[in-house]
Ligand binder design. Structure first.
Ligand code: PEP
Ligand code: MG
Length: 933
């Protein structure tokens, strides 16, 4: 087994004080290594690491992330000394490359790129070909004997500089190039000749001068200082901030800036540029997966402006592009490249995402990073790497995000549904992000966001995507692009966020003006239905219903054999390893045998919460509860209670039978009463009849019962104390069901849980009542069954008084939904009026900008660890101070949230209980917590 190179974020603080303002990389001077990513960013750290292991990397230097923090704290200024260090570093690059900044015979050109601790693909800015001036462009032409390439690079630089450094609208500059192509009667940039390119450069500079009021800068160092500032500025663009929010990346991490000598992929037919993954990032297969463009620069591939060609002969053949792959066109360089892939994978022991450039047959590696991959690929690569002996099981598990398991469980299109829609199948693009998506066509990111707000699932359809489409991609169910390959921005982002994505559907015409999309003679409009299959690349102009995933089909519906599904095989392996390392037990919240069966198929080890009130959703049963609560006639009440005991017993029997000896926690009734009372006139009339009172009498009783804050009102144990007959029938039903099972030799020891306890006396009351009812029942039936009585801890006072409460409880279960509601004073029902705004950020009173985040997460989804979490810790400590081995679980929604599960693991809980479909995520999260802590 190899020692793994540290590539994950090193949270152990690297030194705060930064002794250098620049860190060199390259053969001659190399200051960094892969473990310094907090300081140098992922890109900078890996450039240094690659240099040190002999990978061909053009030399350069990294300005660390601490400088970005400085820049932002000091109001967008950098220390004066930085310029001196940058100038020194440039000198060293000049020495190493034998070039000179601004030279008329042999100019140094550099790229200036961002690079944070964790990769944020396409979210920040880059400037290429920096150093070109009216003089240097001639120097480049002379040196390379390639005047066309020199002016091609110059025009690219002017546009990028205007866009990134000056913030001018890039499209205004692109218009000049489009107009020149139209005038020359050519379609591709590569078809423009030298004179046309020179003319374009002149026009671009004129537009620049007009917009900025000054000439295009002719001093390379000035260009460089401005570009460094611009890259630091791009840390705070809207899209970068949105990305950070979604990915939970702290805004004070900052980005590094990497300045690197340019390698030229646009020097003619022996030059090229490309992006490749050492394995397929969509499926996880162990095949070289990448794309390249001859005579082009890196941005052309990443931005998806030209559809690139596959690097491997096999993929080219599969796409009908015989003889066009890099493997066939540049066989020697391809062999060199794949040797580098092997070295990198072995060195980093992970799948790599590599950017490369071939300059007149010489290969350069410009970047490597751990490749982003779909959930399916995460799982397959993890499993394969263990089998290849590259990593151990723990490391492999650490490479699988809990969300990817959710992706594996998400719906697909069934083969027969696709066959039925075959007349609407319009084509097949690249299967860039697995999964099925169906919805209405949205042609812009804004429109996708709008559809989402209106509640319509949509598919974002774009000619190509740019990072500014990020918000729309997040809002859409899936993404379809006309151009761009499987390494384009759209594909990388889609895979990362589990969005189904089809790229490069050549032949599709997107007309934003007419709001139509056309393929051949088929036209549909924005708002019409479309379906995309990101596993196969198929696109249909119609709606196709999605169906359960292979995992659902194999383990829940049991309609396919898991042995016939590779996905199921991988899933089972990951889950087996997870179960091996986790210490937390995983239970489920289930109210019916059906839900419970789903949860058990997905690995639940018992029930942590059955909400008895959910057994009253049927109209007839609801009426019975209303009779108990509202009838004046005792006979009606008694009859209703008998019925309730009867059907509850049947429901519990079904649950206990399904559990087959696993633990079962049944929580006594906890209905916020308003949810169970009649609201419409028709319902009121029916209820009045059932309880034999007039409608007016019923309305009067309802008026008496009405509460302003039902969530803080007559619910939980308060109901059981004031209406003991309700506790009585529930306990009888639970215990009779358990007795029946025991008689059938199925072990069953129910755990009866009392809700909404705030004072130990409430629990004492209910416990005494439960024990008395049990005693009576056992005497009546002449047989006993073991049971335990515990309580929910879901009010702050209960957590604070846990030591007293534990004297009367056999177990605790934290109800973090109510504990959050009552600790934060935010109603579970009304939080949406303001919480999303708190999370998205409001206007900052000091700066007037809209990025003051009041509260970072939804506390009802992910536990507020510093507030509610503290109460959980107090509750655990208090409970166990009275009863050392007190069993403690959690059954609020947070039981299925990975970050919260990590907290519960660290706090020493015995189990988490979550909804059935989150069980696999909880199993994996629990294992990851055990491995981490
Ligand atoms: C809770 O409060 O966390 C809980 C599980 O109970 P309920 O959601 O039913 O109030
Ligand atoms: Mg509750």
């Amino acid at each position: 087994m190899k020692t793994q190179v540290q590539t994950e974020v090193d949270t152990a603080a690297e030194t705060d004080v930064n002794p250098f303002m620049v860190y060199h990389f390259g053969k001659i001077k190399n200051d960094g290594n892969a473990s310094m990513r907090n300081l140098l960013g992922g890109k900078g750290a890996n450039l240094a690491e690659m240099s040190s292991i002999g990978i061909p990397v053009p030399p350069g230097f990294t300005i660390p992330t601490t400088m970005c923090t400085y820049y932002n704290e000091k109001g967008q200024v950098l220390p004066n000394e930085l310029k001196d260090e940058v100038n020194e570093a440039i000198k060293l690059m000049e020495e190493q490359t034998g070039t000179e900044f601004g030279s008329e015979s042999n100019p140094l050109l550099v790229s200036v790129r961002s690079g944070a601790r964790v990769s944020m693909p396409g979210m920040m800015d880059t400037v290429l070909n920096l150093g070109l001036t009216d003089i240097a462009v001639q120097g480049l032409a002379t040196k390379t004997n390639n005047e066309r390439m020199a002016y091609d690079s110059y025009r690219r630089f002017i546009v990028m500089y205007a866009d990134v450094v000056k913030g001018f609208n890039g499209e205004d500059f692109e218009h000049i190039i489009d107009a020149a192509k139209a005038k020359a009667g050519v379609e591709q940039d590569t078809e423009l000749n030298i004179e046309q390119l020179k003319e374009i450069c002149l026009e671009l500079k004129e537009l620049y001068a007009k917009l900025s009021g000054e000439d295009f800068p002719q001093e390379p160092r000035e260009q460089l200082y401005s570009a460094i500032n611009a890259v630091f500025d791009s840390w705070n663009t809207e899209r970068a901030m949105l990305y950070r929010k979604i990915q939970n990346i702290p805004s004070d991490w900052g980005t590094a800036v990497n300045v690197q000598a340019m390698a030229f992929g646009n020097k003619g037919v022996t030059s090229a540029t490309g992006v490749a993954f050492t394995r397929n990032p969509s499926t996880g297969e162990k095949t070289y997966f990448g794309e390249y463009l001859i005579n082009a620069q890196g941005e052309d591939v990443v931005a998806g402006i030209r559809t690139p060609l596959p690097i491997s002969a096999e993929s080219a053949k599969a796409k009908g592009l015989e003889k066009q792959s890099m493997e066939e066109v540049m066989p020697e360089t391809f062999a060199e490249l794949t040797a580098v892939f092997e070295t990198l994978e072995q060195h980093y022991t992970d799948m790599q995402d590599v950017e490369f450039t071939v300059e007149e047959e010489k290969l350069y590696i410009l970047q490597t990073r751990n490749g982003k991959r779909s959930g399916f690929a995460q799982v397959k690569i993890a499993v394969d790497m263990v089998e290849e002996g590259l990593v151990d099981e723990k490391t492999a598990l650490g490479r699988v995000e809990p969300g990817s398991i959710e992706q594996m469980l998400s719906p697909i299109f069934k083969a027969e549904d696709k066959a039925n829609a075959k007349d609407q199948l319009i084509g097949r693009g690249l299967n860039a992000g697995p999964g099925a998506a169906s919805g209405v066509v949205a042609l812009t990111a804004k429109k996708a966001e709008w559809y989402k707000e209106q509640g319509f699932p949509c598919v974002l359809v774009r000619t190509d995507t740019s990072p500014s489409d990020f918000g729309g991609m997040m809002a859409a169910e899936g993404v379809l692009t006309v151009r761009g390959g499987a390494t384009s921005h759209a594909a990388v982002v889609a895979r990362q966020f589990g969005k189904p994505c089809v790229c490069g559907l050549t032949g599709l015409l997107v007309n934003e003006e007419n709001k139509t999309i056309t393929f051949g003679n088929q036209v549909i409009k924005e708002g019409d239905n479309i379906s995309i299959d990101g596993c196969t690349g198929e696109v249909f102009f119609c709606k196709i219903e999605t169906s359960p995933s292979e995992i659902s089909q194999a383990f829940i519906e049991k309609c396919i054999d898991p042995k016939d599904s590779e996905v199921c095989g991988h899933y089972e392996k990951i889950m087996t390893w997870a179960d091996k390392f986790r210490t937390l037990k995983i239970r489920t919240n289930a109210d019916t045998a059906r839900d419970l069966n789903v949860a058990l198929s997905l690995g639940a080890e018992g029930v942590g919460l059955t909400r008895v009130e959910h057994m009253f959703s049927d109209e007839q049963r609801l009426l019975l509860l209303r009779q108990v609560m509202l009838a004046k006639d005792e006979e009606i009440k008694t009859l209703a209670l008998n019925h309730i005991e009867h059907f509850l017993k049947d429901d519990f029997s079904a649950l206990f039978q399904t559990l087959d000896g696993r633990p079962a926690t049944v929580r006594l009734l906890d209905p916020p009463m308003h949810e169970f009372m009649p609201h419409s006139d028709g319902d009121t009339a029916k209820t009045a009849k059932a309880i034999k009172v007039t409608e007016a009498e019923l309305k009067s009783s309802l008026g008496d019962m009405a509460e302003h804050n039902p969530m803080l009102g007559f619910r939980g144990c308060r109901l059981g104390i004031l209406k003991p007959e309700l506790t009585r029938v529930q306990v009888r039903a639970i215990l009779t069901a358990a007795l029946e099972l025991n008689n059938a030799l199925i072990p069953c020891k129910p755990e009866i849980m009392v809700p909404i306890i705030m004072h130990e006396n409430e629990l004492i009351h209910q416990r005494n009542l439960i024990d008395k009812v049990a005693e009576e029942l056992f005497a009546e039936l002449n047989i006993k069954v073991a049971y335990s009585v515990g309580t929910m801890i879901e009010l702050p006072r209960a957590a604070l008084q846990a030591d007293e409460i534990a004297k009367h409880a056999d177990f605790f279960s934290f109800g973090t939904n109510d504990l959050t509601q009552t600790t934060l004073g935010i109603s579970r029902d009304d939080a949406n009026h303001f919480l999303p705004t708190y999370k998205n950020g409001v206007s900052d009173p000091l700066t007037g900008t809209g990025n003051f985040e009041v509260y970072p997460d939804d506390p009802f989804q992910t536990l507020d660890q510093s507030g509610v979490g503290k109460l959980v810790q107090v509750g655990v400590k208090g409970g166990r101070s009275t009863s050392e081995n007190l069993k403690i679980g959690i059954c609020g929604e947070h039981g299925g949230d990975p970050a919260s599960i990590d907290f519960f693991h660290r706090t020493g809980l015995d189990y988490v209980s979550c909804s059935p479909y989150r069980v696999p995520v909880a199993r994996l999260s629990a294992a990851l917590s055990a491995i981490r802590n």
